[in-house]
Design a protein around this ligand. Structure first.
Ligand SMILES: O=P(O)(O)OC[C@H]1O[C@H](OP(=O)(O)OP(=O)(O)O)[C@H](O)[C@@H]1O
Ligand SMILES: NC(=O)CC[C@H](N)C(=O)O
Ligand SMILES: [Mg+2]
Length: 565
């Protein structure tokens, strides 16, 4: 999903913007685990940059490298790749030296990157060095800003360039950007799909600003809740050094439809996005899920449920609500927690990650009818392993409840869910999903209930809407013709070429019932049938075309100012 951040200190002699950005990267780490980076700007407009593959603690060597990044302002990024490759050269912030020296951090996906790439090549004559859509967005903006034809630009030039950029780009974006010597920018797509907030703090009577994906980073920076606000759909902010922020609607809002996946899974529970507390939304999801469970089970079966068990970490809040409303005991059945497994880059890592991350506490399962609650069942890696662990620990029966509806469609706005065949609910009924993951029954939240759980808390009113295309197949932006086919082709091909393991390739080719290397994981469903076939069959439908021509050939890794290369 990617995390973005930007900081500007009022004191131009400050050299500690990087320290604030580094703190924010830790607080937003859950948004992207593949790569991260910081770019700062010091006196004289010099840009310093440190980025690379890995968690913030690794890339910045537990904070030691922050000292290499002087300056009073800067931008930061955490990457969860959704387009292009996992190459270190696609780590962000991305930098372009002409015009003026611009750095960008992008959360989202461009839907028209192919024609934009052609435009940049054929008409703007700008070299795109990676397969990243974010580099395209950066260069479209740079090209527009260059058209101002000035030696030095001002905020108005930047706003006007953004207006033209918005006319050219389609898709989702929340961005922070820095122009050397000038200041910072933040801007949000015209649908408000991706989140971005701005806040301020007072330091010795002067005001520092931070822009970030989630309010939790701003609170840590020292912003009071009343000094934090969301950027609106189509809105941009520019903070010229030494000045107050200037806001402008660079394109009229097309809708106000934040991605519902943020509330369900991506954001931290202690964040507030578009006025909705993520924690409260998850609690409401649990309340509504409890009502569905009651209806689906009926009184007799419900009475047989012994305990409710959350699947750590994200479902903890909704499971608490489920237990409360069903009047069942809530127990910690799985210990926790290393990192998010869904964000890992390959099927092999995701599956072994679940085992490493979660361990069933046997005493809590033995001879019990358990109701397991998770926020979502996406590829089914977690639920499958969890059900196996629960059975190994002695569970008598397993009902698996999901706080989200079945996920049957691609996510096209910044989540790595491009290939719908990878989704375990793709063309399956809930009963078939139960068989595939080894549960006795799967119960899903309904989409109207999921939407209502968020809308009932929204200051925009109960009729407010959300982007929920992964559940409905309807996307707020519309989808360009041929987009899915194109995406599937390049993603399959790029994954093979850049960083996907041979095991994953074998799985994708349907060449293995080696679903998991863990012997325990090659398990059986409740009714005794093997579950291996299910996922590998789905994977077999994805045709690998290793020599399929890409948008551009995979780029060479030529990094700019990249201290980690
Ligand atoms: O069906 P899957 O493909 O396994 O994806 C769904 C799971 O992935 C996420 O957990 P994750 O471990 O990423 O993070 P968390 O600790 O925040 O729950 C999510 O919370 C589900 O548990
Ligand atoms: N998850 C995201 O927002 C990804 C941003 C961008 N599309 C990339 O792949 O780097
Ligand atoms: Mg989880």
């Amino acid at each position: 999903m990617c995390g973005i951040v930007a900081v500007i200190h009022a004191d131009p002699s400050s050299d500690s913007a990087a320290a604030d950005l580094h703190d924010a990267l830790y607080l937003l780490q859950h948004r992207g685990q593949d790569a991260c980076g910081i770019a700062t700007c010091g006196t004289g407009g010099r840009i310093y940059q440190c980025k690379g593959n890995g968690l913030a603690s690794k890339v910045f060597n537990d904070g030691e490298r922050v000292a290499e990044l002087p300056g009073f302002m800067g931008v930061g990024h955490l990457r969860y790749p959704t387009m292009g490759t996992a190459s270190g050269s696609e780590a962000q912030p991305l930098f372009v030296n002409s015009p003026y020296g611009i750095c960008i951090s992008h959360n989202g996906n461009l839907l028209n990157s192919v024609p934009l790439r052609q435009f940049l090549d054929q008409e703007a004559h700008r070299h795109i060095n990676t397969d990243s859509d974010s580099e395209i967005l950066l260069n479209i903006f740079a090209n527009e800003l260059n058209d101002s034809g000035k030696a030095r630009v001002n905020a108005d030039d930047c706003f006007k360039s953004l207006e033209r950029t918005y006319k050219k780009c389609e898709g989702s974006w929340a961005c922070t950007a820095m122009i050397a010597g000038l200041g910072l920018m933040g801007f949000r797509d015209p649908y408000g799909i991706r989140p971005v907030v701005i806040g301020s703090r007072k330091v010795e009577g002067r005001t520092d600003y931070m822009i970030a994906s989630e309010s939790v980073a701003l609170e840590f920076f020292g912003c009071r809740p009343e000094d934090i606000r969301d950027l609106l759909p189509g809105e941009a902010v520019i903070i010229v050094k030494g000045s107050e922020p200037q806001f402008r609607q660079v394109q009229p809002a097309a809708s106000y439809t934040p991605d519902i996946f943020e509330y369900l899974y991506f954001a931290r529970p202690d964040s507030i996005i578009d006025g909705i507390s993520v924690e409260n939304a998850r609690f409401k999801m649990g309340e509504k899920l409890a009502a569905t469970i009651k209806t689906e089970l009926g009184p007799e079966r419900l009475a047989q449920v012994d305990v409710v068990i959350p699947i750590p970490e994200t479902s903890n809040t909704s499971a608490r609500a489920v237990a409360k409303h069903l009047e069942k005991e809530l127990i910690t059945g799985f210990n926790r927690y290393i990192f998010r497994t869904f964000l890992m880059s390959s099927q092999r890592l995701r599956r072994s990650g679940v085992r490493r991350k979660l361990n069933a506490m046997s005493a809590e399962f033995r001879d019990k009818n358990v109701l397991l609650v998770d926020d979502s069942i996406v590829r089914g890696n977690t639920s499958l392993e969890i059900c196996l662990m629960a059975r190994e620990a002695g569970a008598k029966s397993i009902i698996f409840a999901s706080a989200s509806p079945p996920i049957r469609h691609s996510h096209i706005y910044g989540v790595d869910l491009a290939i719908s065949d990878e989704l375990i609910a793709y063309s399956k009924t809930p009963a078939e999903v139960a068989t595939a993951i080894g549960a006795d029954m799967v119960i899903y939240q309904t989409l109207p209930d999921l939407v209502a759980a968020c809308a009932e808390l929204s200051p925009r009113g109960r009729d407010c809407q959300f982007e929920s295309g992964v559940f409905s197949g309807c996307y707020v932006t519309g989808v360009p013709d041929g987009y899915f086919e194109h995406l599937e082709r390049i993603r399959s091909s790029l994954k093979t070429k850049a960083g996907t393991t041979p095991q994953d390739v074998a799985e994708r080719k349907g060449g293995g019932n080696k679903r998991s290397k863990t012997p325990k994981a090659a398990g059986h469903t409740a009714n005794g049938t093997t579950v291996d076939g299910d996922l590998s069959q789905a994977a077999a439908r994805v045709q690998l075309e290793p020599d399929q021509s890409l948008v551009t050939p995979p780029s060479q890794d030529i990094s700019l100012h990249n201290l980690n290369d």
